[in-house]
Structures are given as C-alpha cells and as structure tokens.
Write a protein that binds this ligand. Structure first.
Ligand SMILES: Nc1ncnc2c1ncn2[C@@H]1O[C@H](COP(=O)(O)OP(=O)(O)OP(=O)(O)O)[C@@H](O)[C@H]1O
Ligand SMILES: [Mg+2]
Length: 592
C-alpha cells in the first residue's frame, strides 16, 4: 500500500475522530516530499509540497513540462444520482460468471454438463423414474463444443420452458427445504447464458411430458438486460421418447483430462448415484459413435424424501418478520404452528407467553419489538430437533459396492451417520474408504467430495470436508501425514453430505461452508472408518511378520534334523520324521 493509500485507508477506517492522528502519523512517516491528504469531511484532496535544498535544485534543473495535466473533473452528488440504475441479475452474473463456475473454458464445459445432469437426476427422482441419462459432447472447433444432455424424466410443461431456460433465478427448488441437487434456480439458465455470450447460439430444448402429449421443440435466448427469455422458435416435433428432456447448448469450452475433467465428473456421479445409468459420448468417440456406458449398480431409486418446514431455532429475526408478513394464518398461534417444524399448539402458546405477545395477534401486525421478543422466546423454549426422515443417504452397502466398482482395493469401509442439525437444517454425513490394492502408496490420498450426490471437483482447499480430513490424526490409523496436510498412503476417501439445504460457500456450489456441527460429524465418521482401516493394516502387518518368521524357521528345519540325527544317532527315516514333525508343529502354531 502506498503512503497515500494507507493514509486514505487509515482515515476511512478510523472515522472522523481519529483523522487528525492518522494525518499526523502519515506526515511523520512521509518525511520531506509530496503528500496527499484527504479531508475527512469533504473528501477533497489537498496537495502540499515541502522540499529540501537538494530536491529544490534538482527540480530547477528539470525542463518544465509543456503539457499541463487537465484538471480532474469531480462528480457532484446530482451527477452521480443520474448514473444510478437497476442491475439485472443476468447482467450481474454475465459480468461475474466466475461466481457460477464459468471462469475458464474447461471449467465452463464441466459446469454445463454438471448443471444439466443435476437437473435430470433431480427431475427423475422427483417423478419416481429410474434415470437413464445421455451426455453428448460434440466438438465443432478447437474451443467450440455442443453439449447435449438427455433424460427420461417427467419432461417440462410447455409454458414453463422459456422461463426455466431463459431467466436466472427461476426454479422449483429454492423456496423449499428438501434434499435435491439443485437449489438456487440459476444452474441451467446460467449455462445457456454462457453459451449465448460466447457463441451467440440459442439454447435448444426438446421436451415431452407423456406418450400421449406432443413433444415441443424450443430455441431461446436470454435477454441479459431484462433477465427475460426471448423465444426464437417454438414448434411441435416428432420425438421417439415417451417422456423426457433434451437440452443442447453450444459454448466456448475446453475438453481436458485429469481431476477436473468431465470424464472424472461422470465417474464420480455414477459412484454417488448407483441407481442411474449414464451414457457418455465424448468428443473423440463421435466418429465411430461409441458411447461409454456406466451401468446402474442398483435398480432401486433412493428413498423418497419429504419437504420440511424451517425449524424455529434456525430462523433469523429478519426472516421471522418476513414470515409473519407472508403467512396465511390469521393469528400468531396458527402461524407458529403451521409455518414451522416441530411447533405444536402448546409450544406456540409457550413462545407467545414468554414473549408477552398475545397468541391471537395478527401476524402481519406484529411490531419489530414484539418480533424480537418472540425470536428470543423461541431460543429459550425447548423445541424438538427437526425431523430427519427428510434425508436420503446413499447407504453403507451401496457406498461400498460403488467403491468396489470404482477402485480395486484390498479393504473397504463405509459409515452412514445419524442425521444432525446445523442452523436448524437437518444434514447427514457418510464416508467410504478404500485401502490398498491398485491405489498409489506414496501420494497424498484422493478425496472425493459429494453434496447431495453431486461431486465437488473445485475449491478443495476452501471446503470443510478437506478441513475435516486434514484435521483428523491419520497417524493413529497407521497412515503417514505431514502436519496439517492430507494423509499419504494407498487410500481413497469419499465423503458425502446430504441435507435439505447444503451450505455452499458460493453460487457455483463447489465447496461446503465451515459449520462446526458439519465438521464434527465428518470427523466422527472419518475416525470410525479410520479405526477399521487401522485394524486391517495392523492385521496385515502381523500376518506379514509371521510369514517372514515362518519362512525363516522353515529354511533351517532340515539342518536342525541333521544336527539331531548326528547327536542322537537317528536313522534317515527318523530324520525325515523329525522334519515332518517340526513343519507340522510350525503350521499348527501359525494357525493358532
Ligand atoms: N431436465 C429437466 N426436467 C424437468 N425439470 C427440469 C429439468 N431441468 C430443469 N428443470 C426445472 O427447471 C428449474 C430450474 O433449473 P435450474 O437448474 O436453473 O435451477 P435449480 O435446479 O432449481 O437450482 P440450481 O441453480 O441450484 O441448479 C428446476 O428447479 C426444475 O424445476
Ligand atoms: Mg439445476
């Protein structure tokens, strides 16, 4: 920071009272020379020049500048007021596309595939359909791709299509508390907007809601100024699918291998969704039409999850006030009982009594003070924890089966914890470990992170899952671990968080926020799996030691027999018997 900047910062952060002191310290540190001082109240900058004799001589020698700097024009509040205008959400995210995961071409391609697959899996599960998903990536130029995502889901009704794909912040999942992959109402429309910005091509959608219904074909663009869809084409078409949706987006992208690749994503998504069949047509397979098929490991859909109401403990004062304004209930008792989880009539009365507000009061008329008292009363009242049947884990058995299908290891372990609660939201942690076999023994362990069955491939360092892994003491589980880092060894760790609301650190849904309750649950499940791995490693070490000892003794049994033959004068037959007896004793002691 320059002196000017540091002074301006000091003045700004210290506020009016401390400005004098800040100015004094800036003067002292600047010594002779030029300084700029920002006036605390007006913000005008006053330049002062104090030169020593040497500096003055040097300045005299310098030729005078012919071009005088034009005086900077200062904006007035009125002029600034004229520049104020609304910012549409699409404009905002078009400028800040990195917030949505479109910061570079290869990530943009991955995000597009991911958003489409998330939606397809969500729609199939909600409609009770075992998902069949096809992902196609066609390469049209070095950095130009056309992504097609097709599902056998319930389809989308015609009137909804333009808003879903041509408007940001439009969706069916934001206003509810239910476990699903999507939650924000941004995903697929943002992918379409990125495609439009980089190639000028519209999003193409084909959808059908049933065999007796027409299939509709749309081409549409998003108007970023107004965040509204512009329909370019809408027609009825023939489609060989009974129901489902196909979305095609053309975009500037990059198809790369490695940890962040589309291929890695598909492998991981099939790992966490063993009930889904995924067909993938990569760009290089296009000519011979070979699609890679990831078959389903289970025919059963995950258990159906229920939508829940917010738990009163997790509701902040502002939200509480908004809920009072929005409710359909006529009185406070009805509102508390009807709009929140785990609040009975008795509990509602107790809250009102504690807050000294009548339970017959109209919720819309509750004042700020009353709302604050009610908020405090809620925290002071004993209310049951939220229901937890709203969460569907993958399950220990399926995690293990999926891991076996993914990696060839010598030992597998998995743990599904009981649901817990953060900020009033139920969540659940599952961990799967694979140890040994083909996994590299001298590299940091590989960690697969999942949130509501979606792999998280970026921002590993910012994620609470990584924090919990590195905070676990893996040395006590027979693995090496540099201080504060990932353990080293032939291990693959899979961590899944399932929740009605996953606390992502940003809109791109790449990392989980650091809630202490979540970290604790991950640590406990890692420890449980770690203990099992350690038992296995110890057993294997013991066996290896015994084998070594045995091999050593076996080597000397014939010599021992010869020695005995010489000392005791045994026949050759008796010597052979000694060899057989000693070998037998060794075998039996090993079995014991
Ligand atoms: N393939 C599909 N089949 C059926 N409905 C779909 C499909 N794709 C999207 N939708 C509907 O469109 C809505 C908007 O999708 P979008 O991806 O923009 O947001 P979201 O999935 O709700 O949240 P997120 O931004 O977290 O992805 C979804 O909520 C869903 O109701
Ligand atoms: Mg989505």
């Amino acid at each position: 920071m320059s002196q000017q900047e540091s002074f301006a910062f000091a003045a700004k952060s210290a506020g009016g009272r401390k400005v004098k002191a800040a100015r004094k310290s800036a003067k002292a540190s600047a010594g002779a020379g030029k300084k700029a001082v920002r006036h605390a109240s007006t913000g005008a900058r006053k330049k002062t020049t104090r030169q020593g004799p040497a500096a003055a001589r040097a300045a005299r020698k310098k030729p005078a500048s012919r071009h005088k700097a034009a005086p900077r024009s200062r904006a007035t509040a009125k002029e600034m007021a004229r520049k104020q205008r609304d910012i549409s959400i699409s404009e905002f995210f078009a400028k800040n596309r990195h917030l949505l995961g479109f910061d570079n071409p290869s990530k943009a391609l991955l995000t597009t595939v991911k958003e489409g697959v998330d939606n397809s899996l969500d729609a199939c599960e909600e409609a009770g359909i075992v998902p069949d998903i096809r992902i196609e990536i066609h390469q049209h130029g070095e950095t130009r791709f056309r992504v097609a995502l097709e599902d056998n889901g319930p389809g989308i009704v015609r009137a909804e299509v333009p808003k879903i794909f041509g408007r940001l912040l439009y969706g069916s999942k934001f206003h509810r508390l239910r476990q699903s992959r999507g939650q924000q109402g941004i995903g697929i429309s943002a992918a379409g907007m990125y495609g439009l910005l980089t190639t000028g091509r519209p999003v193409v959608i084909t959808t059908r809601t049933g065999p007796k219904k027409d299939a509709h074909h749309f081409e549409l663009k998003i108007d970023t100024r107004s965040n509204e869809p512009k329909v370019k084409k809408s027609e009825v078409v023939a489609w060989d699918k009974d129901h489902g949706t196909r979305v095609e987006i053309e975009l500037e992208g990059g198809y790369r291998g490695g940890q962040h690749s589309v291929d890695a994503y598909i492998r991981q998504i099939s790992l966490a969704n063993p009930h889904a069949q995924i067909e993938f047509l990569p760009p290089n397979a296009e000519k011979n039409g070979d699609a890679i098929v990831y078959p389903r490991v289970s025919e059963e859909l995950p258990p159906e999850t229920a939508e829940i109401k917010p738990h009163p403990y997790g509701v902040e004062l502002g939200v509480l006030m908004q809920m009072f304004r929005d409710t359909r209930s006529r009185n406070l008792r009805g509102c508390l009982q009807g709009d929140f989880a785990r609040v009975s009539g008795r509990i509602a009365d107790e809250i009102c009594k504690r807050a000294r507000v009548k339970n017959t009061r109209r919720p819309g008329e509750v004042s700020r003070d009353e709302a604050e008292r009610l908020h405090k009363a809620i925290q002071a009242t004993k209310i049951m924890a939220p229901p937890t049947d709203c969460i569907a884990p993958i399950g220990e058995e399926l995690i293990e089966r999926a891991l076996r299908a993914e990696v060839e290891a010598e030992f597998y372990a998995s743990v599904t914890r009981k649901p817990a609660v953060y900020r009033g939201n139920p969540f659940l942690i599952e961990v799967g470990l694979a140890y040994g076999g083909n996994l590299p023994g001298d590299a940091p362990v590989v960690a697969f992170r999942f949130a509501n069955r979606v792999p998280l491939q970026y921002q590993q360092g910012a994620c609470t899952i990584t924090k919990a892994i590195t905070a676990t003491d893996w040395k006590s589980y027979q693995l090496q671990q540099p201080r504060g880092a990932m353990p080293v060894g032939p291990l693959l760790i899979m961590v899944h968080i399932a929740s009605v609301w996953v606390p992502f650190t940003s809109e791109s849904k790449e990392a989980i926020a650091h809630y202490p309750e979540i970290i604790k649950e991950i640590r406990l499940s890692l420890q449980e799996c770690g203990r099992r791995v350690a038992t296995h490693i110890r057993k294997r070490k013991r066996e290896a030691d015994e084998e070594k000892k045995r091999a050593y003794i076996v080597q000397y049994i014939p010599q021992v027999a010869v020695g005995l033959q010489e000392i005791l004068g045994l026949s050759d037959k008796a010597r052979a018997q000694v060899v057989s007896n000693l070998t037998d004793v060794l075998e039996r002691s090993r079995r014991m």
